[in-house]
Design a protein around this ligand. Structure first.
Ligand code: PLP
Length: 421
């Protein structure tokens, strides 16, 4: 592995290195968990302060017409630039789980596709729970969840054959939460369309991590959270993308007033909006929606292609170091090796992963605290967030993993306390 000095030189050569200064960082701390909760952009407190003290504090109800009603549309427009969609094809609000339920329910009720749901074991649990719940609630709905012989990558042939044999509505995470496997989105969208099926993509680990072009990839439905690579803050609103051809064909199962064609006429009869706004439910969460905007602006300013190039370079740097230094210490790599099938995090596995994570987080004398992500039973996820991750951070990580495992320093952390972490 190269030394720390060489890693620092790579940071100096990094064309995106100035973006790091646009975020808050903890002193003596390395954060490698941006794939779970992204960092706070520096201008967010000021923006929120204005929304709270002036818009809410002084202008009160007048702020709806002066600022707040236009906010969701402004954010949708910016997301449209990022993902190549029209601004009226994206709405913000709710959590990913709620959005997934709404759109799957609507697709199932529309009868445009067979009422058969498909997912796989690489998907995030909430997606699988929502699918399972729909099967319980809608008696004609069936579900197939594919499992593969390993948990790193999908078996595309198996997936395609199932879609061919039992078409319907498929739900997949474009970048999977554990291994970061990234599906070939266009190939699968086409396959689905050719077989009377549609794919609902969960982009929670993908948006801001890999470039996505909805038009080019022929994507019809997508959704995801904004608190990971988009740095929108805890519980920031999810987004829902629906191709315009579907807007009038699908009905929101929650007929809330913000989905009404004319919400402020207070008509007792529900008439859905004639656009994607029909998928809105209630009052938008203005404070957290405001916080999302700064993160989107930063991604747009840096450029998704530049971010991706850095993410791949840093992932290769990390994988090479893991290969050289950590594989002999009982670690194994739990992510695809080919970058075209990988998002922006790397998972490694070790039998003592939880204790090792605690040792990393504790840090030590002259050693930074390093915050990765533990996923049961034995995975350490390392989130590469090219807006602020440095090569130096990855160097420290590998160096510390080596020391903690070879010295058995992880034994200082009691494995039986695991479930209170
Ligand atoms: C792929 C994926 N989907 C959905 C979620 C949960 O989203 P929400 O909490 O917004 O419902 C997560 C959370 O980490 C996730 O990783």
């Amino acid at each position: 592995m190269i030394d720390l000095k060489a890693a620092k030189i790579l940071d100096q050569q990094d064309g995106l290195n100035s973006f790091r200064n646009r975020f808050y960082h903890g002193e003596g701390e390395i954060y490698l968990d941006g794939n779970s909760l992204g960092k706070l952009p520096k201008n967010v407190p000021e923006q929120l302060d204005n929304v709270i003290k002036t818009q809410w504090g002084k202008q009160l109800i007048r702020s709806w017409s002066e600022n707040w009603l236009e906010l969701p549309e402004r954010i949708s427009k910016k997301y449209g630039l990022l993902l190549n969609a029209e601004s009226n094809e994206i709405v913000f609000g709710e959590s990913t789980s709620v959005r997934l339920y709404q759109i799957l329910y609507a697709l199932l009720q529309s009868k445009q596709y067979p009422t058969h749901l498909i997912s796989d074991s690489l998907n995030f649990p909430t997606d699988l729970y929502v699918l399972d719940g729909l099967v319980k609630q809608l008696p004609k709905t069936t579900l197939s969840t594919i499992t593969y012989s390993q948990e790193i990558e999908a078996n595309l042939e198996k997936l395609k054959q199932l879609i061919k044999k039992k078409p319907g509505i498929i739900c997949l995470s474009l970048v999977t939460y554990k291994s970061a496997y990234c599906y070939p989105i266009k190939e699968l969208n086409r396959w689905a369309a050719e077989h009377n099926s549609i794919i609902v993509w969960d982009l929670s680990h993908a948006v801001g991590a890999v470039p996505i072009d909805f038009k080019e990839t022929e994507t019809k439905v997508a959704l995801g959270c904004t608190y990971k690579y988009m740095n929108g803050g805890p519980g920031s609103p999810a987004f829902l993308y629906l191709h315009k051809d579907f807007h009038l064909q699908l009905e929101n199962p929650i007929q809330g007033w913000f989905g009404h064609d004319k919400p402020f006429e207070f008509n007792p009869k529900y008439t859905p909006s004639n656009g994607l706004e029909r998928f809105n439910n209630g009052t938008p969460p203005i404070l957290s929606m405001q916080a999302v905007e700064a993160g989107i602006d930063l991604i747009l300013e840096a450029g998704m292609d530049h971010l991706r190039a850095k993410s791949v370079q840093q992932s290769e740097f990390l994988l090479n170091a893991v290969n050289e230094v950590l594989l002999p210490l009982d670690f194994s790599i739990y992510s695809p090796m080919d970058s075209s099938f990988r998002g922006s995090h790397i998972a490694v596995s070790h039998p003592q992963a939880w204790q090792i994570c605690q040792a990393l987080i504790a840090g030590g004398q002259g050693v930074p605290k390093i915050i990765p992500d533990f996923r049961p039973p034995s995975y350490i996820r390392i989130g590469i967030t090219p807006l602020y991750t440095r090569f130096e951070d990855l160097w420290w990580l590998v160096n510390q993993l080596q020391k903690i495992v070879s010295s058995k320093a992880y034994l200082n952390f009691d494995d039986t306390k695991r479930d209170v972490s």
